[in-house]
Write a protein that binds this ligand. Structure first.
Ligand code: B3K
Ligand code: ZN
Length: 888
């Protein structure tokens, strides 16, 4: 499909320009005639003037991109040439009456659609992706989420090649036609915006199951996959059923159609899509068995299945008024999937994993040139706003509301939100108002979390007065400037805290002047001013403050705690997040200090090393949590804490710390490894078994890092003997940065074994691209010539180019700039084909301010080189402009 751009160039859209649609569409009847080389789409719209608007225009505005218009008729009469005009991606139809029927016939070429938006082909099947603005690539339509209509869809195609014809809702009719063709008619009774439309036509196998809802309705569940993959759908089906049950139990939300379908496709720009009743998934998040998917893959798959299912209420039944409100559905649905995982597995471990992600990816975004509020004010290309800020920071904002209101009031708020807005397209503000009204709690100041970008910094210092027996917490919030927001208002930051005595016991927290009854041992301090002081009474000895417990707010915490106190908390804090975080704070301090000095001996204190030993030998610690405690901050998190960031020094410091830990505790790691090897069935997918394997992988990693000669052999043996992908990958990961014949042999054996299984081959590509060995960039360039490399397959692009540029900082930031140039070349090459995926790759180049002058210059040059390229997509244009500091 050729890209047709507005003659005036892509336009910036602003929230402040929002106007309601002049016309609403009540029903849509679509008829797809799917034929090789040309698909004809006939659309019949029943519409009427929007009673909610005073706009008296008689011009109906439709979106359309890359369409060939065959005919257009209004209320049964062909519209003459002068009755409409097409300008760029808009069609303006004049003289539209109060009520109307509009019939439009267009043709499209799904075979040539490499952007994978709208209707396209993947491995010989037709499928769609309409969010955010893909529907306009199918037919002319008011392609905006506040136009909600009831859809009836007829699909017609060759019966042999496309025996399965699917769309949203319920199947109404199907049958054979002449010339070996057949048809199916689907009807979705729930009004929906166009972005939730979906259609699929292909030769697919179907796995069926069913779910009885809480009101006793039987819902049919189907998972469609390529023939031969049926046996890989078990975890998807199981996750779906558990999600359906959980949403009933936790939120009282029941599924509303009689049928729920998931279709797996190999070519997909992201993870999955929540189309009403017909979710379309990247096959990576559908297909799994212990031989081909790791435990981490199982967990991700489960989380994504849950997320898409939960969208049925938070997203589909109540949707967004406009795309500035994207976090209304995404932040809330991420919060819901996080809660599902926490209730299903380990809450503490999930909280740590979410915090890790936020710090590694969202904090840098919020600190860089693409920083934007959870509810942005403007955009050039909406696809660029499916970000960790909208999703993960958005979920943190919901979580803070949950904490401020308490679980019961939050639930009442959810109920009120659905009562008020079911079937509507609304704003983040409407959600917050429902929460306020249901709880009686004023969220006025809290709303700044939606409008102010950037990560707040919380400076918390403790002072103890032994004479007055008081402990004073001085809290300061610093709100760093971000693009377009030089100065900010103080925010409401819930700071969950406790004070621990020398034994690690929490002390009663009696605030100055407070009544002495029922004193809690943990509190959430409402930090609402730039500077604030909280005084606690009756504190005899100097306590250690346990801060930001449960990661109560998405902020950067700075304290006056000593390294010794951090190690103390790492040993004793009873809050899993705070315990883990104290360790991370200690490690970040120690490793960045080593990196700054360029000294890589004795990076870690004996105190910390001892604490590691206690974790390994301590009996009462959940293995998955122990694995988190023992995992050092990633290189990107460390880079974020060092100015200017020195990727090589950070890599060296982190390696040195790993070596020290591995050497010091070789015996304990070996013991853990042996104990965890014998105790479990490698195919047991329970939370406990997965946690034990995570710890075993950590142990193997440290054994190899410690440099013991036997360890490499042990990892090689594990790779050779592995019967599951988890075992196989943990061995290969342990070997991945060691230049040895064992690594080469194991990688070759893995490649040869899995070369015909694309999802597993992607793992080989990623391992190859993320090795920190010096010749990795050369390897990556060779990978692009590999017969199985394909620029048209987003999973593969991410597995090679994305993995290298985002997951291999030391090689990507090579001092000669070769990594940057490589990425710039690939972005330009891919942009012609798939702008959305190309734009995703640009981010690392935009963070140049974090590095030294030489790197800054080279990174900027690469951005400028990309910008000079003629015909650049709006997607990449926007990110490059922001990267170069040009505001849109
Ligand atoms: N809503 C989709 C994402 C659509 C991305 C469009 N570029 C998946 C999800 O968040 O559940
Ligand atoms: Zn989502």
């Amino acid at each position: 499909m050729t890209r047709v751009e507005n003659a005036a160039g892509p336009q910036v859209k602003r929230l402040s320009d929002y106007t309601p649609p002049a016309f609403m569409i009540d029903t849509v009847a679509l008829d797809f005639d799917l034929r090789d080389g040309e698909t004809k789409v006939a659309s019949t719209l029943q519409g009427r003037r929007n009673p909610q608007t005073t706009d008296i225009t008689d011009v109906l505005e439709l979106d359309g991109q890359g369409l060939r218009l065959l005919s257009i008729s209004l209320n049964g009469a062909a519209v003459p040439e002068g009755g409409y005009r097409i300008e760029g991606d808009k069609l303006f139809l004049s003289a539209v009456p109060e009520n109307f029927t509009l019939e439009i016939v267009t043709t499209i070429e799904p075979e040539k659609n490499t952007a994978l938006e709208g209707l396209y082909m993947s491995d010989g099947m037709y499928c769609t992706q309409c969010e955010a603005e893909g529907f306009r690539r199918i037919t002319y339509f008011p392609d905006r989420p506040d136009v909600m209509a009831v859809y009836t869809t007829r699909l017609e195609a060759d019966a042999d090649r496309f025996p399965v014809l699917l769309s949203n809702g319920n199947l109404m009719q199907s049958g054979m036609l002449d010339e070996g063709r057949h048809f199916a008619v689907w009807h979705d009774p729930f009004p929906k915006p166009s972005y939730l439309f979906a259609a699929v036509a292909g030769d697919l196998a179907c796995v069926r199951d069913s779910f009885r809802t809480m009101s006793g309705r039987e819902v049919e569940l189907r998972v469609y996959v390529e023939h031969g993959n049926e046996h890989l759908t078990g975890h998807t089906m199981d996750s779906l059923k558990r999600s359906m049950k959980w949403d009933e139990e936790r939120f009282g939300l029941e599924y509303d159609l009689d049928l729920f379908m998931i279709v797996a496709v190999s070519h997909f720009n992201m993870g999955a899509m929540e189309n009403k009743g017909l979710n379309i998934f990247n096959s990576k998040f559908v297909l799994a068995d212990p031989q081909t998917a790791t435990d981490a893959d199982y967990e991700r798959l489960e989380g994504i299945v849950a997320h898409e299912y939960f969208h049925n209420w938070t997203g589909n039944r109540v949707t967004c008024r406009d795309w500035f409100q994207l976090s209304l559905k995404e932040g809330l649905t991420v919060f819901r999937d996080q809660e599902f995982t926490s209730d299903t597995h380990s809450r503490g471990v999930k909280r740590v994993a979410d915090a890790r992600l936020l710090r590694a990816v969202q904090f840098p975004e919020d600190a860089g040139p693409t920083a934007h509020p959870v509810r942005p004010e403007s955009y050039l290309e909406i696809n660029n706003f499916y970000t960790v800020t909208i999703y993960e920071k958005g979920a943190e904002v919901i979580r803070m509301i949950h904490e401020l209101l308490g679980a019961d009031a939050f639930r009442r708020g959810m109920d009120l939100y659905f009562e008020r807005h079911d079937g509507q397209a609304v704003r983040c503000e409407d959600f917050v108002a429902a929460m306020e009204d249901a709880s009686g709690i004023d969220l006025g100041q809290f709303r700044l979390w939606y409008s102010q970008s950037g990560t707040p910094e919380l400076e918390v210092d403790l002072a103890h007065d032994p004479d007055a027996k008081t402990a004073t917490l001085k809290v300061r919030q610093i709100l760093p400037p971000t693009p377009g927001q030089p100065a900010k208002e103080p925010m409401l930051i819930p700071l969950s805290m406790a004070l621990l005595d020398g034994e690690g016991q929490a002390l009663p927290l009696q605030l100055l002047g407070e009544n002495a009854e029922d004193i809690p041992k943990a509190r959430v301090l409402p930090v609402s001013q730039s500077e604030q002081v909280f005084v606690f009474e009756n504190v005899d000895d100097r306590p250690v403050p346990s801060l930001l417990r449960g990661f109560s707010a998405p902020v950067r915490l700075r304290t006056n705690r000593t390294a010794e106190q951090e190690c103390f908390l790492y040993r004793h804090d009873d809050d899993p997040f705070a315990r883990w975080d104290a360790g991370q704070a200690y490690l970040t301090g120690a490793l960045t200090a080593a990196a700054r000095k360029g000294r890589y001996d004795a990076v870690l204190d004996d105190d910390f090393l001892q604490a590691v030993g206690e974790i390994l030998s301590g009996p009462d610690i959940e293995p998955a949590f122990a694995a988190e405690l023992l995992t050092l901050p990633g290189e990107s998190v460390l880079a974020d804490a060092m100015t200017p960031a020195d990727p090589e020094a950070i890599h060296a410091a982190r390696n040195a710390a790993r070596r020290e830990i591995g050497l010091r505790h070789a015996g304990l790691f070996q013991e853990s490894y042996d104990r965890l090897s014998i105790a479990h069935d490698p195919e047991d997918m329970s939370t406990a078994a997965m946690g034990s394997r995570a710890l075993k992988a950590v142990a193997l990693g440290y054994l190899v890092a410690g440099g013991d000669t036997g360890a490499v052999a042990l990892a090689a043996l594990q790779a050779a003997a592995a019967t599951t992908m988890t075992e196989s990958m943990s061995a290969l990961q342990a070997l991945n940065n060691v230049d040895c014949p064992e690594r080469r042999d194991a990688m070759k054996a893995f490649h040869d074994r899995w070369q015909d299984t694309p999802l597993v081959l992607d793992k080989w590509f990623t391992l190859s691209a993320t090795s920190s060995l010096p010749d990795t960039l050369e390897t990556v360039k060779r990978l692009l010539e590999h017969p199985k490399f394909d620029l048209a397959t987003p999973n593969r692009v991410r597995a090679v180019i994305g993995a290298f540029s985002s997951g291999n900082p030391v090689r990507f930031h090579a001092p000669d700039g070769a990594g940057y140039n490589f990425l710039a070349d690939q972005v330009v090459r891919l942009d012609e084909m798939n702008p959305q995926v190309a734009a995703r790759l640009v981010a690392p180049l935009t963070r140049w301010k974090r590095y030294d002058e030489a790197r800054q210059r080279m990174m900027r040059q690469c951005l400028e080189r990309i910008r000079r390229y003629a015909g650049l997509s709006p997607d990449v244009t926007e990110l490059v402009a922001k990267g170069l500091g040009e505001e849109s």
